[in-house]
Write a protein that binds this ligand. Structure first.
Ligand code: GDD
Ligand code: MN
Length: 382
């Protein structure tokens, strides 16, 4: 196939041909149990937008009757409305948005939430700014001059989390985000010809960040808006979503495999705590000889590492192997480790006269890389 840039250019050309059926804009709305927001959302969209040349695409992962509510409301809506109901809700909110981007036929695609935290009245300004300024991406921003976030972020806690994650993200991706004051925004418009959906690996809420980092849109401009309180229902974000966001950041920054290795290292470091703690208890408190105590401590640490690795790091690859298969392999690996490290230690200390502590550290690092590769490529092979 032609390179991405060539395909994008071709699509751009076709998109700009004055074809009668060409749609000017598609509004993509991800929904998860939003039944009581649909009616108002569609009414306000229909009041704000021209009915010709516009379509609305809902991408739904609901467990309630939201799709039925959408279909019923669509019958009364002057703008054509379609619903994509996903059977496999991979990628969460971001996955749903990418599905919507693929289904969209408009020259511009606007992504917005269903809960009216994003005022539908801002949508025309987003697309107009993109056309006027020749931009590929228009970010609806709560932090640009004239925008505000206060009304929509209920409570100091949410404000703190939102402000903190925005700051961290801006520091990590400073090169991509120079012109973007609100990289966490869920409201934005993108020129369809600049999209490369096959490049995207959405994971959770921050689909805008994913788009900016992986698709590298040309010109980016912002349109300020006032973030509103939710109309009905409640937010779907959670602590698990926060963890998913950190994972997303690490993958975007380092790539998937190096991000896993980083988490594996953090888990390994955290294992020092149960290891030393057990050794201290057995040796100092219970007066067990230090050698058996060290072996038991190692066992406890390997158990700790397994629990964290299996639940945090490879949660999505667990289905490939039964629990007993995973845990036995993990324990064998965690102890076979000594077979590698002890001879290496002897070689370094006796053969090469490296200091014991430095040598031990080297064997730990070598074992760390070897164990990670076996874990990643064999035990939890995707
Ligand atoms: N299809 C689908 N699948 N939609 C989802 C999912 C999902 O797994 N999770 C959430 N949604 C939909 C909701 O139904 C809603 O329309 C929209 O995504 C936003 O969800 P909320 O639960 O209202 O999110 P929020 O208000 O906490 O977060 C919003 O504001 C943040 C900035 O503070 C979102 O726009 C975030 O992207 C944004 O970062
Ligand atoms: Mn919301």
């Amino acid at each position: 196939p032609a390179p991405a840039s060539v395909r994008a250019a071709l699509r751009g050309t076709i998109g700009e041909l004055p074809v009668a059926t060409a749609l000017k804009q598609t509004i993509v709305v991800p929904t998860y149990n939003e039944r009581d927001n649909i009616g108002t959302l569609l009414e306000r969209l229909a009041a704000a937008l021209p009915h010709d040349g516009t379509e609305v695409v809902f991408v739904d992962d609901s467990t309630d009757d939201t799709p039925d509510v959408i279909r019923a409301a669509a019958a009364d809506c002057p703008i054509p409305v379609t619903v994509v109901h996903r059977e496999h809700a991979t990628g969460g909110l971001g996955g749903a948005v990418v599905e919507g981007l693929r289904a969209a036929r408009g020259e511009w695609i606007v992504v917005m939430d269903a809960d009216l935290q994003h005022p539908p009245e801002v949508v025309p300004a987003l697309v107009a700014a993109g056309r006027r300024d020749g931009a590929d991406l228009v970010v609806g921003s709560r932090y640009a001059g004239g925008g505000s976030s206060r009304a929509g972020l209920d409570g100091g806690y949410r404000r703190l989390v939102s402000g903190g994650s925005t700051l961290v993200t801006k520091v990590i991706f400073r090169n991509n985000l120079i012109q973007v004051s609100d990289p966490m925004s869920g409201l934005f418009a993108i020129r369809a010809s600049s999209l490369e959906t096959e490049e995207l690996r959405p994971l959770g809420y921050k689909i805008l960040l994913e788009l900016i980092v992986r698709n590298r849109p040309g010109r980016i401009v912002e349109v300020p808006y006032a973030f509103q309180p939710r109309h009905a229902g409640e937010s779907k974000s959670s602590l698990a979503e926060g963890v998913r966001f950190l994972k997303h950041l690490a993958i975007l920054r380092f790539g998937a495999k190096r991000a896993r290795m980083l988490v594996f290292a953090l888990i390994g470091v955290s294992g020092l705590l149960p290891n030393q703690g057990t050794l201290w208890f057995l040796h100092e408190v219970a007066n067990v000889h230090y050698l058996p105590a060290a072996i038991i401590a190692n066992l406890v640490a390997v158990g700790w590492n397994f629990a964290l690795t299996d639940t945090l790091l490879y949660r999505d690859r667990r289905q490939h192997r039964r629990f007993t298969g995973r845990i036995t392999r993990f324990f064998v690996l965690g102890h076979a480790d000594l077979l590698l490290r002890l001879p290496l230690l002897a070689l370094l200390v006796s053969g090469l006269h490296v200091g014991v502590l430095i040598a031990n550290l080297i064997t730990l690092l070598v074992s760390f890389v070897v164990r990670f590769l076996i874990l990643d490529g064999v035990i939890y092979r995707a």
